[in-house]
Write a protein that binds this ligand. Structure first.
Ligand SMILES: Nc1ncnc2c1ncn2[C@@H]1O[C@H](COP(=O)(O)OP(=O)(O)O)[C@@H](O)[C@H]1O
Ligand SMILES: [Mg+2]
Length: 313
């Protein structure tokens, strides 16, 4: 179906609502192809309106003083139309390739919006080792930048989903569209939770609490491997958040499947980073990297618990 703007349709919102209604009234019978057609139609119309500056969604961008490129504005509007977000309300983190924003869902709950902007040469070089050898994604390196970032956002969403469904403590994935990922906000009242590194720097980790967190992280690595079939690949004190005594593992775009030729090397490195941090910065006695690594590969959860508990005071 197409969304024609005739006299009876005064606003673009109505048009999109009409399209969504049409999709819903078809029940479960609509085809994926139809969805794609509809998406393309919405896109085309929004793009046209954007060009004509007919969309001035002050509400969506009220408190964010930022100039987004047109494609990102468009994608944010589509996410709004889909009911994933209602308002962007501030920057949480500004990285080189991606920025994370605080936003409100349509039910006024806090959500985190991660927008991938640019693929620097450094980024492309950095992701090569995660992509090479993964038949699911090897082809993406030849994509133009904007497409690469969309695939990367989708990859993070699908990794998050796999992990979340495998009961690993990660932010719940909510929506993904183009270069934008919407997920559960980890924090309270719009303030993000601290990273594990920040907790340590602020002296907020008692030895008991450190021990508990260490155990949770090692168990998450195990579950990631055996329940989700993934290895994080960039695990460190900078990619673990601590909220109300509970850990959350974040930043999972680069996670690889077990079949990846380097998955064991990444697994070993993830464990090494974590062990090094707990030993050197928190002075915690921990099992050796090798002991943890082989207990995980042995697929024996009780052996792994015994290995960790051996060191508890
Ligand atoms: N779901 C989330 N809720 C709250 N804050 C988040 C969330 N995800 C990421 N952040 C914040 O944004 C920062 C950057 O996110 P991250 O996914 O690690 O991207 P990158 O390190 O690639 O820039 C994190 O260090 C954290 O402070
Ligand atoms: Mg990070």
């Amino acid at each position: 179906m197409t969304c024609a703007f005739n006299a009876s349709l005064k606003s673009e919102q109505k048009c999109v609502a009409l399209v969504s209604h049409d999709v819903q009234s078809n029940g479960f019978n609509y085809q994926l192809r139809d969805m794609k057609d509809i998406e393309r139609d919405i896109d085309r119309e929004l793009r046209k309106m954007l060009k004509e500056s007919r969309i001035k969604d002050e509400d969506l961008f009220e408190t964010v003083e930022e100039v987004f490129d047109k494609a990102t504005v468009l994608a944010l509007l589509v996410l709004k139309q889909r009911g994933c977000i209602s308002k962007l309300s501030g920057v949480v983190s500004a990285g080189k390739e991606a920025r994370v924003y605080l936003a409100k869902s349509k039910n006024d709950e806090d959500v985190a919006v991660k927008i991938y902007f640019t693929a620097t040469a450094e980024f492309k070089k950095g992701i090569w080792k995660y992509i090479k050898g993964d038949p699911r994604y090897e082809w993406i390196l030849s994509l133009p930048t904007h497409k690469l970032m969309s695939v990367w956002a989708r990859k993070e969403f699908s990794n998050l989903k796999r992990m979340y469904e495998a009961t690993i403590s990660v932010p719940k994935p909510i929506c993904v569209y183009r270069n934008i990922l919407v997920m559960e906000f980890i924090g309270e009242n719009g303030v993000r939770a601290p990273l594990l590194k920040e907790m340590a720097d602020a002296g907020l980790l008692s030895s008991e609490f450190s021990q508990q967190i260490f155990k949770e992280i090692v168990n998450s690595i195990y579950k990631m491997y055996w329940y989700a079939g993934l290895v994080h690949g960039d695990l460190s004190e900078y990619n673990v958040m601590v909220n109300n005594g509970k850990i959350y593992i974040i930043d999972v775009s680069q996670a690889v499947k077990l079949e990846h030729p380097n998955s064991h090397m990444f697994l070993y490195r993830d464990i090494s980073n974590i062990v090094k941090f707990f030993r050197e910065e928190l002075r915690l006695k921990t099992p050796s990297v090798d002991k943890i690594y082989y207990s995980i590969l042995n697929k024996n959860e009780s052996q792994l618990q015994a290995v960790i508990e051996e060191y508890e005071e």
